[in-house]
Design a protein. Structure first.
Length: 409
């Protein structure tokens, strides 16, 4: 019996191979733009996770895991034998003598056999698709197969890396060798130009949200003006990272507390370090905080629809998808005045700006947004119009489908 995984559902149409993290909601959202279009689509998943069981896209699963092959999933090694092989491979890899297939070799075999018309890598650095594919492409001489679309991730791929000599060679190689570049912000166009990359490499759909936009009718449904909502502050990225800092936000909450209370603060995606610092807050504040780790995306949206304020200061970013989501849900955004963000929104028509490392600025923004009903309601109206113009998923889907057809032809 033929293996149905390898049977394409459509004949004579472009084949697109995506390379990225299969557990990422960004990956699912972008690929799902094509769900109603006639393409043959597969995803090569990098190590680190698996897609939802009910996600219908055919997915190759690499890395140190094994499972049961099916019509929609293909493991590099499957079953108990696969686990033993992978363990053996892991041990031999330390000696650089592994004769067993690794993810690069498997990817090369897939590309040579299936011969996709388009290879779309989701992200460049941080164990995402671009860097891994670049190495595989060079090692296995894949340059003549398919058009390479490199989708950069927000600000993280280029904002800092373009200054770092450890990353610049890879950045230049990837931007130079790919056929087209997709970005969610205009700043990356300037950064690429400074590296000597032709602006013609950028796809005409740029800038485009990294998720492919949002379902505005769904997110805006049953919302009420922020002044009539619960006094909730939603802080969805309550963690310390290279791209954003949590401790100044905790300090800002303390500074502002007496002028923003009563309120409830929801802290999501918290990490152990932040939770320890959180415990140093006075009890009168902690009694009104809800500290959680990661929660389902649908639950984030439900919470955002209830919230008066979305608090997302950052040091490095593209245009945050949570900003678009807040616009549709009617929550008032407090963001940092980064170049990538300032090209999209203005203060106070759409947001209040507050730099991530300045607790006083964050505190002032919280006080103003929590106490000015006219401001938050006017901004909610402005943002619903703006998000329709720049992040409407239905419109973006049509543009992306047309673009893939044009580059595959």
């Amino acid at each position: 019996m033929a293996d149905l995984f390898y049977k394409d559902p459509h004949s004579g149409v472009p084949k697109i191979l995506f390379i990225g993290l299969s557990q990422s909601t960004h990956t699912h959202a972008w690929i799902d733009l094509l769900s109603n279009a006639k393409f043959n689509v597969r995803l090569f998943s990098l190590p680190g996770g698996t897609p939802p069981v009910d996600w219908p896209v055919k997915t190759y699963l690499s890395g140190f895991l094994a499972g049961r092959n099916s019509e929609k999933r293909k493991y590099m090694y499957s079953g108990l034998v696969g686990k033993l092989i992978l363990l053996f491979d892991k041990l031999l890899s330390k000696l650089k003598k592994s004769p067993i297939k690794n993810k690069e070799r498997w990817l090369a075999e897939i590309i040579k056999e299936w011969r996709p018309d388009i290879i779309h890598t989701l992200g460049l650095f941080d164990d995402q698709g671009g860097e891994m594919y670049l190495k595989t492409r060079q090692k296995f001489n894949l340059q003549g197969i398919g058009k390479w679309i490199l989708q950069t991730r927000g600000g993280s791929d280029m904002t800092l890396r373009r200054h770092n000599t450890a990353f610049v060679p890879i950045l230049k190689q990837a931007l130079g060798e790919c056929d087209r570049i997709i970005s969610d912000n205009k700043a990356n166009i300037r950064y690429a130009e400074e590296l000597g990359i032709s602006l013609e490499k950028f796809a005409p759909i740029v800038p485009v949200p990294g998720t492919g936009g949002i379902d505005i009718p769904e997110l805006s449904k049953d919302t009420i003006p922020p002044s009539h909502r619960e006094r909730i502050i939603l802080w969805p990225k309550a963690y310390e990272s290279q791209w954003s800092k949590a401790l100044p936000v905790l300090e800002a909450i303390q500074l502002a507390w007496d002028k923003i209370f009563p309120c409830e603060i929801y802290m999501l995606a918290t990490t152990p370090e932040v939770r320890e610092w959180y415990l140093t807050l006075p009890e009168k504040i902690r009694a009104h905080c809800h500290v959680q780790e990661r929660i389902a995306r649908k639950d984030v949206f439900l919470l955002m629809k209830r919230s008066r304020i979305l608090l997302i200061p950052s040091l490095v970013d593209g245009v945050p998808n949570s900003l678009y989501e807040a616009m549709a849900c009617g929550a008032f955004p407090i963001v940092s005045p980064l170049e990538t963000i300032q090209s999209v929104v203005t203060d106070p028509q759409n947001v209040l700006f507050a730099r991530n490392l300045y607790p006083n600025e964050i505190a002032d923004a919280l006080i103003k947004a929590m106490n000015d009903d006219t401001l938050v309601d006017d901004v909610a109206c402005n943002n619903l119009v703006l998000v329709h113009e720049i992040a409407n998923r239905e419109t973006i889907s049509s543009r992306v489908v047309d673009y893939y057809h044009s580059i595959a032809g």
